[in-house]
Design a protein around this ligand. Structure first.
Ligand SMILES: [Zn+2]
Length: 277
């Protein structure tokens, strides 16, 4: 439910993005959706979808779901149920924002700069970590289930959260509803404008030189980050990704520099309650 709400807080596509999005749909043989012009795409392919349907391909190469999600959201529910090979293919576009499809006769390149959102159960039965103690899985079964998501793929997922079951009594209408999407969206748009003004691009696209300029840490925070990477066994890639997330948290808060609060929050998104590796 949270994933399907995400497009509602994202800024609209600009003209160039909307044209690219329409071009991908057209190449895929889909009608251009003028009713949702400038709305960011949200694609949620089922885990039984074929590799070609997901990443693209065919004798006349066509874009797959990851390209239809270009400039938008790709939601993979029940992540552990997807073909492991398909999940590994996602690593490249997650870094480069494009996918290259090679066939004997020809090669095609499609854009695939999508925001990946994925969900999975904590274990095969779904109750690991639940206060009810209902989980019937052996530690080994839990490990095997979680190992279906490789460490290199997990490394490319910036925000990792355990979502605990909400007691039914707390779902009642009398608990009030959260902030409306429109209010969150306004905050997102402001944060993105801040990034455009500072670097001319979103934080996700900052290169290492730009990060040295815009993501500078105080000496004690740098030590904190280095120790956390050591303790959590994270890569140099995770180091840069944590800094970009911290920069974004600071932008959402309207902070000039990344402080300890923002850095700690960014690190915390790398620490699942039940680590898989
Ligand atoms: Zn279980």
């Amino acid at each position: 439910m949270l994933a399907s709400r995400l497009p509602g807080i994202l800024p609209p596509l600009d003209d160039a993005e909307a044209l690219e999005s329409a071009a991908v749909r057209s190449v895929a043989g889909l009608a251009i959706d003028f009713h949702h012009w400038k709305t960011r795409p949200f694609r949620a392919p089922h885990h039984t979808a074929s590799a070609v349907a997901l990443v693209g391909g065919g004798s006349q190469p066509r874009p797959g779901e990851i390209s239809l999600a270009h400039h938008g959201v790709l939601f993979l529910d029940e992540l552990a149920e997807y073909d492991r090979h398909v999940l590994e293919v996602l690593r490249e576009p997650l870094e480069t924002g494009r996918v290259i499809i090679s066939r004997a006769a020809r090669q095609a390149e499609f854009p695939a700069a999508f925001q990946l959102v994925a969900a999975m159960n904590p274990c095969p039965c779904g109750y690991a970590g639940d206060v009810s103690g209902r989980c019937v899985c052996t530690p080994d079964a839990v490990r095997r289930y979680r190992a279906r998501i490789s460490a290199p793929l997990l490394d490319r997922i910036d925000l990792q959260l355990d979502v605990l079951r909400v007691p039914l009594a707390e779902l009642g209408a009398d608990r009030g509803v959260g902030e409306p999407s429109a209010a969150v969206r306004a905050r997102v748009i402001t944060a993105r404008e801040r990034q455009q003004q500072r670097a001319g691009k979103p934080n996700a696209a900052l290169n290492s030189r730009e990060m040295q300029r815009d993501c500078a840490l105080a000496a004690n925070d740098r030590t904190l980050l280095e120790r956390s990477l050591d303790r959590l066994g994270l890569s140099a890639r995770a180091y840069h990704r944590i800094l970009r997330v911290a920069r974004t948290i600071a932008d959402l808060a309207g902070a000039e520099r990344i402080g300890t609060t923002q850095l700690t929050e960014a690190i915390q998104y790398r620490r699942l309650l039940l680590p898989s590796h």
